[in-house]
Design a protein around this ligand. Sequence first.
Ligand SMILES: N[C@@H](CCC(=O)N[C@@H](CS)C(=O)NCC(=O)O)C(=O)O
Length: 202
Amino acid sequence: MTYRLYHMQSSGNCWKPRVALHQLGLDFELVDVDIMKGESRTEAFMARNPNGRVPLLELPDGRFLAESNAMLAYLAEGTDLIPADRYARALVFQWMFFEQYSHEPYIAVARYWRHLEGKEPPEAVPGQIEDRGYAALGVMEQRLAEAPFFAGDIYSIADIALYAYTHVAHEGGFSLEDFPNIRAWLARTATTPRFVGMDWRP
Ligand SMILES: N[C@@H](CCC(=O)N[C@@H](CS)C(=O)NCC(=O)O)C(=O)O
């Protein structure tokens, strides 16, 4: 009885549960799903996740959980990766929701198109991806001037959520040159116990 993660190695969203599972010392196996070949849209996969996306986590009891940040919350419950204090915990969720609404749609999407598809991202409003991506980085930079990690003094799943696509932001065309606090936080995060990068697999 172990966790099973349906994932694609090069996806930042898929890296989030991989690193959390490893940092928490949990046993898991990987099932590779190549989204470029439509493998997340097959009938069999859609029966498990009707949203047709990876990552997808199969719990040891056979239940499924989609959405990378929901997986982080599930896995971190009762551990040091999520604070027990009500406000600190809400701050963790604040930054995880920020990641999904204000950061990932620009920084991850730009990376998907430029790095994985080798094309310019299609944009309804030209320049919006760049403007909003840099706006998200600006918000992060400001927060990291106040605290070493997003929820305060302690490394949490909020840092995992935001590290995922920030550390490869350059692959989407975003420069971190003007964001020294972010660069220091990336380095700090990478030295947390049992941290593993995007290429690692068990
Ligand atoms: N909000 C979701 C996003 C998941 C997502 O966009 N997954 C991409 C890979 S990073 C995917 O599976 N795309 C394949 C498709 O849409 O067919 C999460 O955080 O898990």
